[in-house]
Design a protein around this ligand. Structure first.
Ligand SMILES: [Ca+2]
Ligand SMILES: [Cu+2]
Length: 363
């Protein structure tokens, strides 16, 4: 494994925080009130591949349902306190952006993703010259059971990994047009959105949409993980991170729309791949909003990023969880729970979807 400074910088940003947090401070105080969706119809023509999210007032956040880090599944502590938020209506992609869609963008623009660019000496002054090669972060299962306290055991920086080769040079996306594109850094997602005449969702928009009109439910579809025995999202089964038993039908990433949509017709809104939101990440943002009282209107995230676990990294919010999420380690398919990542870091379980404001819609 190739651990260079870039690896050290980037892998920590991905998944490790589930176990390292302080005990929850708000245990049991969560209060959810009903979602009051706007009554307005979608403005203008239906947008291809998008669904209309009416917006409205809702309770944002998640109940932290355990007192310690080993009580899984549980939400992340930074998703407290539950607070009241209003978002205006918007269009949202029904699925994460697929390989075929991203390919179209790259063909039209010649865009080169962050993972395909050569890291510079300026960015990583102490990295050895031979490690300044394009690549990205890839998950690899371990060959034996490991303690879940060190994610370097399953994440590494792989030379030549990028959206066309999500697991490294030996891998490809042939026959996977309909799979979510991954190995996408934040600037890549932003560039795509701009080209498509769209934008990335705020964290509040993402959660409003993910809840699908429900309130205070654990999952995007309700309180039961497998209602009637049915798998509702692509997650990990079996011993993490050794072997994905694929009881839900998929070891690793799944084609979009492989699982049922939520109440608003959104597919893959939980599990499959993490998705970028436009908010900077701060663990105390919800407290800041709750302290102000009242209803936070169209919150855009804090003015600047801060993650105490890695104070020098600029992180934005990830939402939805991925095919690696599981009840032993990181149950972020829980609807109100949060993730985060360093902005220039892509991984093989991170993609995105776009939204479009009502005002961007031609009438
Ligand atoms: Ca799976
Ligand atoms: Cu996870």
């Amino acid at each position: 494994m190739d651990v260079n400074r870039r690896t050290l910088r980037i892998t920590i940003a991905i998944i490790g925080s589930a176990l390292m947090q302080e005990p929850p401070a708000f245990c049991g105080t969560a209060e959810f009130q009903p979602t009051i969706a706007n009554k307005n119809q979608s403005p203008g023509k239906p947008q291809q591949g998008m669904v209309w999210i009416p917006g409205g007032e809702f309770s944002m956040g998640a109940a932290v349902n355990g007192a310690g880090s080993h009580e899984m599944p549980m939400a992340s502590n930074d998703s407290q306190p539950v607070h009241r938020v209003y978002v205006g209506g918007f269009w949202m992609d029904a699925t994460p952006v697929t390989n075929a869609q991203f390919e179209k963008f790259v063909r039209a623009t010649g865009y080169v993703t962050i993972a395909e660019r050569t890291p510079t000496k300026e960015e990583f002054p102490t990295a050895p010259e031979e490690n300044l090669v394009p690549g990205s972060v890839v998950f690899a299962p371990t060959d034996h059971e490991v303690l879940l306290n060190d994610h370097y055991q399953w994440w590494s920086y792989v030379k030549g990994a990028n959206w066309r080769h999500p697991l490294g040079p030996q891998s490809d996306i042939k026959g996977k047009d309909n799979y979510p594109v991954v190995q996408i850094a934040y600037p890549d997602a932003e560039a795509y959105a701009k080209w498509a005449g769209k934008r990335l969702p705020t964290e509040a928009e993402f959660e409003f949409a993910a809840r699908g009109g429900l309130s205070g439910k654990t999952y995007a579809w309700g309180d039961e993980f497998r209602p009637g025995g049915k798998w509702m999202a692509n997650t990990w089964q079996g011993k993490f991170p050794v072997k994905d038993a694929a009881e839900d039908g998929f070891a690793g990433i799944a084609p979009v729309k492989s699982f049922p949509p939520n109440g608003y017709g959104l597919y893959d809104i939980a599990g499959n791949v993490w998705e970028w939101c436009s908010d900077w990440y701060r663990p105390d943002y919800y407290e800041t909003l709750a302290d102000k009282g009242g209803v936070a209107r169209n919150p855009q995230g804090p003015d600047s990023p801060f993650d105490p676990a890695e104070p020098n990294e600029k992180k934005r919010v990830h939402r939805g969880g991925s095919f690696l999420c599981n009840e032993q380690y990181c149950s972020r398919y829980i609807v109100g729970t949060r993730g985060k990542g360093e902005v220039n870091t892509g991984t093989n379980h991170l993609g995105f979807r776009c939204v479009k404001s009502a005002s961007q819609t031609p009438r």
